[in-house]
Ligand binder design. Structure first.
Ligand SMILES: Cc1cc2nc3c(=O)[nH]c(=O)nc-3n(C[C@H](O)[C@H](O)[C@H](O)COP(=O)(O)OP(=O)(O)OC[C@H]3O[C@@H](n4cnc5c(N)ncnc54)[C@H](O)[C@@H]3O)c2cc1C
Length: 404
């Protein structure tokens, strides 16, 4: 009955549903929760997400959702030096882009409603297994809210079901790889001082080798969090909540938090990093977004890559339908297209992640950038994809920093 079954209606799944509609594929989108639902996240939407939203003609509407428009990024060093890079505006008018922070409860619901208008959807439907015939995935089995079992058949199943993907587990592709997974906590606050149109990433002593983020989430709220590698946290005696308290109460931040109030207990979730290239397809299926481990190891962003994977998965699903070939050989093109676009950037971010572990290098680069507009413009260009991000790791970048 369906061309494609999409398991999970986060950004990967809803993007796939919207592209499927464009290309005339009949699909069903399944999610175990009911929308609107929360997703633990920093809620920041940057370059790639904005690009896909524009391609889907949704960007104008995004600007009307509750949240904040972002025009600059503030970086802070262990020695508490700070500098801003401007995504647009006077200081750097060649980079015409902006970002957003929109709580996922609102953003994901917006995308779900768009998908719901053009495709079949089922909420409160928890997928429990995949159906196989002759080593080929041919559908899924799941449970409704009332506990009734139901099956859906399609020649392609897309696993868009996040970091704990049931589709990946059932197909033997799930692995909790401590070295290539981060863990992060988020807490919504109100009353944090000094947040306007900037997102802030602070590589402060309390958190290194991770970072502390402060994002304006709209309506006077802030999205605060810290992220660290799972392997580091295994050795660390402090909990993530204790580390977060240390930062917010530190000499440097305590004034900004003096009238702040937590709106929830900090909540945590895993981030499967794209610092390794995981197996993400096979006979009759593809894994997308967090299920495929596509989170940027340096910035912790995963929404953009999840959406990009949704686009390529549907391109390949259409080709399979036309050729009638749903074998892993035909579906391999998904992996090729996806990694041709995001692979280089993920490799660079993996290197940057190791750079960010060095207190000395962080102090050096951020100190230099805080005093030099040209260095700020180079970093701004890289963040807005005007200058290839690889240069950030190449010797040219350091030569420019030293001599500009
Ligand atoms: C603390 C934290 C902060 C982050 N900050 C940012 C940020 O600021 N910017 C950014 O770009 N990225 C950020 N990320 C990463 C980002 O949240 C993910 O990369 C992104 O959500 C991946 O999208 P997805 O669609 O692949 O999966 P998800 O958003 O996880 O969606 C998966 C969906 O599948 C559904 N599902 C799961 N299991 C089943 C099942 N068995 N049956 C049916 N449905 C199922 C879930 O209910 C969910 O709706 C952050 C992550 C964390 C943990």
């Amino acid at each position: 009955m369906y061309d494609v079954i999409i398991v999970g209606a986060g950004p990967a799944g809803t993007t796939a549903a919207l592209y499927a509609h464009r290309l005339g594929l009949k699909c069903i989108l399944l999610d175990k929760t009911e929308f609107p639902r929360d997703k633990i996240c920093g809620d920041a939407l940057s370059g790639k997400t904005v690009r896909i939203l524009r391609e889907l003609n949704l960007l104008d509407e995004i600007g009307n959702l509750d949240g904040s428009e972002i025009n600059r990024i503030t970086f802070g060093s262990p020695k508490n030096k700070q500098f801003d890079v401007y995504l647009n505006g006077e200081k750097n008018n060649k980079n015409i882009t902006k970002g957003f922070v929109i709580p996922r409860k609102i953003f994901d619901n917006f995308l779900f409603e768009k998908a719901d208008k053009v495709t079949d959807t089922r909420q409160g439907f928890s997928v429990t297994d995949v159906m196989m015939e002759n080593e080929q995935v041919v559908g899924i089995i799941g449970k409704t809210k009332d506990g009734a079992e139901e099956k859906f058949r399609a020649p392609i199943v897309l696993g868009c079901d996040g970091a704990n993907s049931i589709v990946a587990r059932k197909l033997g592709l799930y692995e909790m790889d401590m070295e290539n997974t981060s863990v992060a906590i988020r807490c919504y606050y109100e009353g944090v001082k000094g947040l306007t149109d900037q997102i802030e990433l602070h590589f402060v002593d309390e958190v290194i080798p991770g970072y502390f983020w402060l994002f304006p989430a709209g309506n006077g709220k802030a999205n605060i969090g810290i992220g660290l590698s799972k392997s580091y946290m295994k050795k660390e005696k402090r909990t993530l909540r204790e580390i977060m308290n240390e930062v917010t109460q530190s000499e440097y931040f305590k004034e900004r938090f003096s009238e702040a109030k937590q709106l929830e207990k900090p909540v945590g979730w895993n981030l499967p990093l794209g610092s390794i290239h995981r197996e993400n397809y096979g006979n009759g299926f593809m894994l997308l977004g967090d299920a495929a481990g596509l989170v940027d190891p340096f910035t912790g962003e995963g929404i953009g890559n999840a959406m990009v994977s949704g686009k390529y998965a549907i391109d390949v699903a259409l080709k399979c339908k036309k050729s009638g070939d749903y074998s892993n050989t035909a579906i391999a093109e998904y992996d090729e297209l996806l990694w041709a676009e995001i692979g280089k950037e993920l490799r660079t971010s993996t290197k940057l992640q190791s750079l960010a572990r060095s207190r000395f290098l962080l102090n050096f680069v951020i100190n230099r950038a805080s005093r030099n507009e040209e260095v700020q413009n180079i970093i701004s260009g890289m963040l807005s994809h005007e200058i290839p991000k690889d240069e950030l790791y190449g010797p040219l970048f350091y030569i420019k920093i030293l001599f500009s």
